[in-house]
Design a protein around this ligand. Sequence first.
Ligand code: CDP
Ligand code: MG
Length: 751
Amino acid sequence: TSDMAIVSRKGSAIVRTYREQKERKKSQLKQWELAGTRMGDILGVQKKEDDVDKNPEGDFKADHKFADLMQDKNEAVSDFAKRKSIAAQRKYLPIFAVRNELLNIIRDNSVVIIVGETGSGKTTQLTQYLHEDGYTKFGLVGCTQPRRVAAMSVAKRVSEEMGVNLGEEVGYAIRFEDCTNENTIIKYMTDGILLRESLRESDLDHYSAIIMDEAHERSLNTDVLFGLLRDVVSRRQDLKLIVTSATMDATKFSNFFGNVAIFNIPGRTFPVDVMFSKNPVEDYVDCSVKQALQVHLQGLEGDMLIFMPGQEDIEITCELLAERLDDLDDAPPLAILPIYSQLPSDLQAKIFQKAPDGVRKCIVATNIAETSLTVDGIMFVIDAGYCKLKVYNPKIGMDALQIYPISQANANQRSGRAGRTGPGQCYRLYTHRQYKDELLACTVPEIQRTNLANVVLLLKSLGVQDLLQFHFMDPPPQDNIMNSMYQLWILGALDNTGSLTPMGRQMVEFPLDPALSKMVIVSLDMECSAEILTIVSMLSVPTIFYRPKGREEDSDSAREKFQVPESDHLTYLNVYQQWKRNGYSSNWCNEHFIHIKAMRKVREVRQQLKEIMDSQKMELISCGNEWDIVRKSICSAYFHQAARLKGLGEYVNCRTGMPCHLHPTSALFGMGYTPDYIVYHELVMTSKEYMQCVTSVDGQWLAELGPMFYSIKDASKTRVERKKQALNEMIEMEEEMKRADELIKARKEQA
Ligand code: CDP
Ligand code: MG
């Protein structure tokens, strides 16, 4: 739909909401029962008797609790034995063979690009080698990761390898979670953290070496860091910059930094048999489950890795797989382990644990397992062929999280996971023709497809006046920059000349999206900052409501008791306040189907944001029970994301006229109460355009707070007129910026 050449694969993308999937699953199970057939018969699989004998745990049933068992078993291994085997493992990694060569090259060059297969030891070893070579005497060795999960799990692994406690010599930092202290010498962090650190310390003087890991992922923050670090290395002769990449791209990276050295780690990979689907696959969840069972029952040893686009599909796949396995008599045990970024970290860690003998692991993952995390022993890969991407649609002026076909580069990376420890097999749930004709060669870098509001705000506060002149490896489309600037102007962060306003400068202080920062700032004037702070914190953690299998209805009714009919935001506030009233108790959470860990996180985030407010001399003011003013504060930050009631329970976006739907989990859904105007936190596209986290607002507020979009008489204006008006405003702003630019240039020339 956008002009970015990302196309949906026609007809084959079956994308469903959670509820729809549940319904479908139920009816499918009924069909199985009606047919009266056994799963093995359907799959045409003959199970050999001796498969069962390979299972030493006897009649152990495969289920999710399996992972717990594995943990107990692992803990029984003595610390000494563990360390010894870890030392041996380090020496076995491909990177170990070139350790000295590598350190020499780093000594002789300030920037080095390192290329190596996934699993060769780049992420876990490079930091340690640099430490062993003395770099930590002069500063920190930092290593950036595009993903939070990777930053945490790798730091943990390296702390184990070095035999130290996590958070001491080896630590990590992700947004709202700093697990480092004054002893830390190796620091893993998300690229976003390093980017924010560069705000405080533009030359990053704390660091003696920085490894920009997973650079091929081309995350937004990594791309911005590229531009910034390029200048930092030219100013700081003592800094070592290392950029790692899985494959390809190396020459491009090298050119960007001025033809710097490229070092290849000789790989050690095994052949992988790649099998394509004969026909386009309609239902990739169902198909993966069937394929997984077939692989599992065919009796070959080796662990399995299934790639799914996102959390919902992963959950369904795990459930279906467990259920169908349960239906089989005497199926060999299977440890089913999900992994995605929002999964609590203790559960994430389980994918790395060794399964008991005779038990196959089946990891169901997002593209997080493509390159960021390496699990040894994978022999079989099942690739559904999709991933979730955040894409900015300039036509509607919004970011949307959507499921897209992966790229060929992704596909090859995925299949490669099966050939790390021995020959493997990869089942692609798409046809060879689809692979050739429909998949892009590489994914479009994030910087070219997402909203840049945050980046613009950061760069502006770093003093980058002209963003179009900033040295990007792949510059974002000019439209995206202009659109993001426009959005910041709407929020009052930029003035008509494109410079930061005092409001904008305050917004930069918060590690939040611009709209949320604005909400916090506005809430001071509206005298409800205590409440808004809670809401913003609640929005910054993964879901807090818990919906355990088999107790869905109890959980839903518990959830409904918290719902404030006019607002999801207020519903969150309500949950937090009740929790607080109950002494932040964990029992209370359990009783009400609320994730205690998520709530503790909320409390932490709130505390951290409060500290930022304190440092900005911003007061915490409570409005008591006057919650209308809270809704107005929310409106002041989200008026650009408003929808108007049109017909029964149907909404259309106020600015674009596009139909938008209430999400079934919303407090406003199916309550018989449908306000005329609502604002929403974000738009998610699955089977429909869903507005997530919604609050009802007063039409008057929209006119008052978003005068550039709405006026009381606005209804008389047509959509085209409103679009035209927005366009004119943007052109005006652009021209004014150009004039300001010329003025600055003229002044410079005079000086
Ligand atoms: O970064 P690269 O893909 O080159 O490799 P790595 O992440 O450093 O992984 C090297 C080895 O450490 C692999 O064999 C992983 O299985 C192992 N590892 C682990 O056991 N646990 C982790 N949390 C991370 C890595
Ligand atoms: Mg790595």
